[in-house]
Ligand binder design. Structure first.
Ligand code: HEM
Length: 448
């Protein structure tokens, strides 16, 4: 590697082979394909924690090193969401997930306050009630498809917190599917950089987007009209906080989207790991039966193995496995010179597969599921970046952890889980920049 005054020129950063050239097309396809998590891990093993994918017209650099990852995400002046996320504006409007600078800060301040004011006991109560309802259907003899159950539950919870209402199964399926269709289409459209109308899937996107618009417009109208609505509804707090229906709708759509899919997928991975490791499951059940009270807080001290299990699933398979940014000018990250208009991808997946996570000096197990690594070395918790880092770290991180602990504890208290044989071949699979287990875990449940 050529080093100039200790700095490394951009074109000296290791490059994925086949760029540029015939293989470029294959690599480009991998970049938008379901296999992206696996491809990234392969490139990371081959090239190290920083590497380039020089696509025509855009330079992409992947950061899988914790220090570089943090430095880039902290520098929100230079590394912005910008046009990379702009495509999502057609779905979300002026969203906290998309905007940069002062506008982003104003949007975020109102949501932060609404979350801060939302009583945590209410969250615990809602999660316990909804988990009890969902799992009522688990008493038959058929194995359950974890993804369906997790999605339905995650949507129920976020919906009650946002709007204080419940919706039927058909509505939830239509809503989740509409979000998936929109995100997939917008992801594709921004990758191929063609006008939306000529990108395949446009009409499906258009109808899904109109459906979502109608649903959220109606909900906000209802929230405004009902003076008796509970003061604990987040929708009400946001409508009041922004003083603008449009802005409230954008943030509500964002929160439902960001708050259900990530939690749903993480829950699927956790149930998969618990159902494939009966020794771990027994230890977790002992921890839960000793201390868990339904609907009350679960802290890290009383529930060390539960906290470690959830964190380990988030470490090994972070749903938001890539966090992209665009450089607004030439800048330096670590010792690397990054040109203007480059795409930087901070990868939670790669950072969390580093040898720093090995459970012992001579053990190479960062790629395997082992929650006990956090019990042996609690300092490792600080190195898990699945919720992002810096000012734009996930605003639902605490919310998601509370939710997951409550759901998993409830399930462990009432059920025993056994993976069906097809669950052995599960892989992480990229859908629109989100990594999910595929095929969905299938689990046989018995009452305990
Ligand atoms: C396991 C669950 C979750 C994971 C792994 C996760 C992950 C992330 C990550 C990595 C980011 C940073 C993205 C970036 O910097 O570009 C993020 C941002 C965000 N998350 Fe989450 N999230 C989860 C749950 C939630 C929940 C439950 C909510 C809301 C109820 C939520 C709302 C948001 C929002 C609004 C942002 C944008 C924050 C900003 O840009 O200021 N997330 N999430």
């Amino acid at each position: 590697m050529t080093v100039v005054n200790d700095l490394v020129a951009f074109d000296r950063i290791p490059k994925v082979s086949g760029f540029p050239g015939v293989e470029q097309v294959n690599n480009a396809l991998k970049f938008v394909s379901p296999q992206l998590p696996i491809a990234l891990l392969g490139w990371y093993k081959e090239l190290g924690p920083i590497f380039r994918l020089p696509f025509p017209g855009v330079q992409v650099v992947v950061l899988g090193d914790e220090a570089l990852f943090k430095e880039m995400l902290l520098n929100t002046q230079v590394f912005v969401k910008g046009p990379l996320f702009g495509g999502l504006r057609d779905l979300l409007g002026e969203s906290v997930l998309i905007e940069d600078g002062d506008h982003w800060m104003q949007l975020r301040r109102v949501i932060n306050k609404a979350f801060f004011d939302f009583p945590i006991e209410r969250l615990h109560q809602i999660v316990a009630e909804q988990t009890a309802k969902t799992t009522r259907n688990w008493r038959g003899s058929d194995p359950i498809l974890v993804a369906d159950q997790a999605r339905s539950l995650a949507l129920d919870i976020i919906w009650r917190i946002m709007f204080e209402t419940e919706r039927d199964q058909a509505f939830k399926e239509e809503l989740a599917e509409a979000f998936v269709q929109c995100v997939k289409f917008l992801n594709r459209a921004s990758t191929v950089r063609l006008p939306h109308r000529i990108v395949p899937g446009y009409s499906k996107f258009n109808s899904s987007n109109s459906f979502l618009k109608q649903v959220f417009d109606d909900l906000v109208e209802e929230t405004v009209a009902r003076s008796d609505i509970s003061s604990q509804s987040l929708a009400k707090a946001l409508v009041q906080g922004y003083g603008s229906k449009e802005l409230a709708i954008s943030q509500l759509k964002t929160l439902v989207l960001a708050g259900h899919e990530t939690t749903e997928i993480t829950l699927s991975w956790i149930l998969h790991f618990i159902s494939t490791d009966q020794v771990l499951q027994t230890a977790l059940k002992e921890e839960v039966s000793a201390k868990y009270v339904e609907g009350s807080a679960l802290n890290e001290i009383d529930f060390p193995l539960l906290t470690a299990t959830i964190t380990e699933a988030l470490r090994l398979h972070p749903t938001t496995f890539i966090i992209p940014r665009q450089s607004t000018k030439e800048a330096i990250v670590g010792k690397y010179i990054i040109p203007a208009d480059a795409m930087l991808i901070a990868s939670t997946l790669l950072v969390q597969r580093s040898s720093a996570f090995n459970s012992a000096v001579d053990v190479d197990d960062a790629d395997t599921f082992n929650p006990y690594r956090f019990i042996q070395n609690p300092a490792l918790y600080q190195q898990v970046q699945s919720f992002g880092y810096g000012p734009r770290k996930c605003l639902g991180a605490n919310f998601a952890m509370e939710e997951l602990k409550q759901i998993v504890a409830y399930i462990l208290k009432h059920f025993s889980l056994h993976a069906e044989p097809q669950s052995q071949a599960i892989q992480p699979y990229n859908v629109g920049g989100i990594s999910r287990p595929s095929p969905s875990p299938v689990v046989k449940v018995n009452l305990t």
